[in-house]
Design a protein around this ligand. Structure first.
Ligand code: AMP
Ligand code: GLY
Length: 415
């Protein structure tokens, strides 16, 4: 079978690698892909948002399955476009992707179907929003309603901070014209529950935890994710049952009810608060870097899973019982400005998986080409061992302009 993976980051590298382990797959295309992916797939220079060009490519090349990585492609309507041409695609329609792309859609759906989440109110008017914040408690959470590349959420500890954020979002329209969702501040460990979904059918993956802050101890600015691991000692089987029944299945059912039936990966960004598990956000796709620690544990045929879920059949999905832990190497300065083009050595020496996030090939050598550059993932019988192994292996990577966290996974033992 010929398959096409749309996207370019570490998540797509992990998807491509999982597909490459399938005996059914004889050719993988990746658009646009990256230098690491190029070792496993033919990279095609088409952007994720050029959905019609991607559709034409799929038709011309006899692609039988397309898997979508990033939300920008979903919001551009890639699934709608492929479905109109009767092409099999793993990813939700534009309407269903609103669960990620519109905070208000997600919040309204959760309220209507009693999916547990933080209390909230939506505003378009600056003065009304400010009055609401002033009447409430701090900290408070302000979310721009739309895709803002991870920068649309502000946790305001002071009134000045809240006012500044509201000014940015509603008066200065920094992310474009839009609304703001103001919500109750929740506390507790966060975790990600990703599920394969088609309509009412929901199949969970192992839970994972991301690390969004740039530096050790959860200090520094928010990033696209600095590391992740699977096997969360603080999440019990009961917690997972609760989250599956009251959050993931209920939401999938609600989407069908709302005529926005979901097909793809529904990502629950959840928090275990003292008042129960609640939704922080939904995503309409695989998480990054969660995917890089989840998919290496898949024992089943990745291609068959995608096809079965997309076709509405019951997939066979088995996971090994190992723990995984991944540490991201990022360019110094990230998530602010950074330089590119530094040579990276030692990748072949890693005893584990290396997924490329932002690299390029120059004179036969890998060089840095993005903010997050790569992730080193190790697997072991226990989380402690996976952590020790990843922290040791990552030292083999030699590059003058990279940094990484040395405490990925520490939180697991502290909650
Ligand atoms: P989001 O883009 O909605 O995932 O928000 C980004 C991050 O902000 C989350 O991963 C949380 O750490 C934090 N956050 C979002 N909403 C809340 C909330 N209601 N209470 C506390 N923290 C939150
Ligand atoms: N790991 C967070 C995300 O993929 O949005």
């Amino acid at each position: 079978m010929k398959v096409l993976v749309v996207g370019s980051g570490g998540r797509c590298h992990a998807i491509v690698e999982a597909l490459s382990r399938s005996s059914q797959v004889d050719k993988i295309f990746c658009a646009p892909g990256n230098a690491g992916i190029a070792a496993l797939a033919e990279c095609v220079a088409i952007k994720e948002t050029q959905v019609e060009t991607l559709r034409d490519f799929a038709i011309e090349n006899g692609v039988e399955l397309t898997v979508v990585g990033p939300e920008v492609a979903l919001e551009a309507g890639i699934a709608d476009c492929f479905k109109e041409s009767n092409l099999r695609i793993f990813g939700p329609t534009k309407k269903a992707a609103q669960i990620e792309c519109s905070k208000q859609f997600a919040k309204d759906l959760m309220l209507k179907y009693e999916v547990p989440t933080a209390a909230y109110k939506t505003f378009t008017d600056f003065d009304e929003a400010l009055a609401y914040v002033k009447a409430g408690e701090l900290p408070t959470v302000l979310k721009y309603d739309g895709l803002a590349a991870g920068k649309g959420v502000v946790i305001a500890e002071s009134m000045e901070q809240a006012e500044e954020a509201l000014r940015d979002m509603l008066l200065d329209e920094k992310f474009g014209k839009g609304k703001v969702v103001i919500e109750e501040y929740l506390e507790g460990p966060e975790f990600s529950l990703l599920c394969f979904v088609n309509g009412h059918d929901v199949y969970p993956m192992p839970v994972a935890q991301d690390h969004k802050r740039a530096y050790n101890g959860d200090k520094g600015p928010n990033t696209g994710g600095m590391g992740a691991y699977t096997e969360l000692p603080f999440i019990t089987d009961e917690d997972i049952d609760y989250a599956m029944n009251n959050i993931m299945r209920r939401t999938a059912d609600a989407m069908v009810e709302e005529d926005a039936s979901f097909c793809g990966v529904l990502y629950g960004g959840l928090m275990k608060t003292k008042n129960g598990i609640k939704v922080i956000e939904f995503n309409a796709r695989f998480g990054d870097p969660e995917t890089e620690v989840i998919l290496p544990r898949l024992k089943s045929d990745m291609c068959q899973v995608f096809c079965d879920v997309a076709d509405g059949k019951t997939p066979v999905i088995e996971w090994d019982d190992q723990a995984t832990l991944g540490v991201v190497l990022a360019s110094k300065g990230y998530p602010g400005s950074y330089e590119k083009g530094y040579t990276i050595e030692g990748i072949e020496e890693i005893d584990g998986s290396v997924y490329h996030m932002g690299t390029a090939l120059k004179d036969g050598k890998y060089v840095t080409a993005g903010g997050r550059v790569m992730i080193v993932v190790c697997k072991a019988a226990s989380l402690k061992e996976a952590q020790a192994k990843a922290n040791a292996e990552i030292e083999k990577i030699k590059c003058d302009n990279l940094f990484y966290r040395t405490d990925i996974g520490d939180k697991a033992f502290k909650y």
